[in-house]
Design a protein around this ligand. Structure first.
Ligand code: NAP
Ligand code: NAG
Ligand code: NAG
Length: 317
């Protein structure tokens, strides 16, 4: 009798824990986006795809900016079907190639007339080098988005009020920016052990937060605002390059404790849509709530130094 009661209580608590804590808050904004244009990078899978579906349902013209034509075009069909909108376009963008970023921006600026929302969502968890010889995670997660945003800034200003949303991670708390290593090797770190990969990933996510911090300062006086965020721990394809044995071993844990991709898209949607958060430009969100950052993630000097180094690495200065 007591045993049954005990089991019942445990199941009940586990159920409510998952429903309330794990799933987290939802974006409650009812904003419609008819006549608005949005770009979502890395939107062929994961939370980027769910973000694209939600924005398309709200009436936006959605540009799927993805590196693989095959996966991008497959996603295009899914997003159109699930949103019921035909205002969805695939445009090739490989963030690991400065040439591709420039050619994406050129095509976009020539063929589209607006840009209301830029969602810098794509991300990678893997060591290696980009086409331009940059560290892979530094190059894709930070530099590609840095260049993309800069090339699209005039259009965002012309369409204000407009927003930039930068997908970072709570992992940025473990990050550091090793400027010596960046200057010498154009990478945040060189090791390839799992621990090194995790560290460099966190470093690249700290770059995302610092980029957002500096961008907000440079946009003062305009109605273009920007936000960085942690989407939660999500069952997506992000860990695809980690050991399959580890992935399998963690499965029971991730199935229970991780969000699905719809839940994972909620904080992005909050930052993109919520009315009245403009005074919070430059800040960091998680669980649809603004959060305090540690000093290193809002360090003015480091953010400025990273911006200037990034400009010279992608030939903007
Ligand atoms: N999942 C989590 O628990 C978690 C936690 C914190 C933060 N985040 C962040 O959330 C964002 C979305 O991640 P996710 O979980 O949805 O991961 P995902 O399922 O792996 O999706 C990542 C997307 O980025 C794209 N991408 C990778 N490299 C690219 C490149 N060089 N050029 C263009 N696109 C590229 C991928 O395209 P392909 O399919 O072609 O590779 C894919 O569409 C990332 O910035 C990630 O760091 C995720
Ligand atoms: C998210 O916010 C909701 C509502 O405030 C709260 O109940 C839940 O515990 C939070 N989840 C996380 C992971 O912080
Ligand atoms: C991760 O990617 C690298 C580079 O493509 C590859 O050499 C390595 O085998 C991959 N590891 C796993 C576990 O998939």
């Amino acid at each position: 009798m007591y045993l049954l009661l005990g089991i019942g209580v445990v199941i009940g608590v586990a159920y409510f824990y998952r429903e309330i804590v794990v799933k987290g808050k939802r974006c409650t904004s009812k904003v419609k986006l008819h006549g608005k244009t949005v770009i979502v990078t890395g939107s062929n899978t994961g939370i980027g795809k769910e973000t694209a579906i939600d924005l398309a349902k709200r009436g936006a013209r959605v540009i799927l900016a993805c590196r693989s034509r095959q996966r991008g075009e497959a996603a295009l069909e899914d997003v159109k079907r699930e949103s019921g909108s035909n205002q969805v376009v695939f445009m090739p963008l490989d963030l690991g190639s400065l040439k591709s970023v420039r050619s994406f921006a050129e095509t976009f600026l020539k063929t589209e007339s607006r840009l209301d929302l830029l969602i810098n969502n794509a991300g990678i968890f893997m060591q290696g080098r980009t086409e331009d010889g940059l560290g892979m995670m530094f190059g894709v997660n930070h530099i590609g988005h840095f260049l993309l945003t800069n090339l699209l800034l005039d259009r965002l200003k012309a369409c204000e009020p407009s927003r930039v949303v930068n997908l970072a991670s709570v992992g940025h708390n473990f990050g550091k920016v090793d400027f010596d290593c960046l200057n010498k090797h154009k990478a945040l770190g060189l090791g390839t052990s799992s621990m090194n990969v995790f560290q460099v990933y966190c470093d690249s996510k700290l770059c995302n937060v610092l980029f957002n911090h500096e961008l907000a300062k440079r946009l003062k006086g305009t109605k273009v605002t920007c936000y960085s965020l942690h989407p939660g721990a999500i069952n997506s394809e992000l860990a695809r390059n980690t050991s399959s044995i580890l992935q399998l071993a963690l499965k029971p844990f991730t199935i229970y404790f991780f969000k699905n991709t719809v839940q994972g898209a909620q904080t992005t949607l909050h930052c993109a849509l919520q009315e009245g958060i403009e005074p919070l430009s430059g800040r960091y969100f998680s669980n649809c709530t603004v959060r305090e950052l540690y000093e290193k993630a809002k360090d003015d000097a480091a953010a400025k130094k990273l911006w200037e180094l990034s400009e010279s690495l992608c030939g903007l200065s």
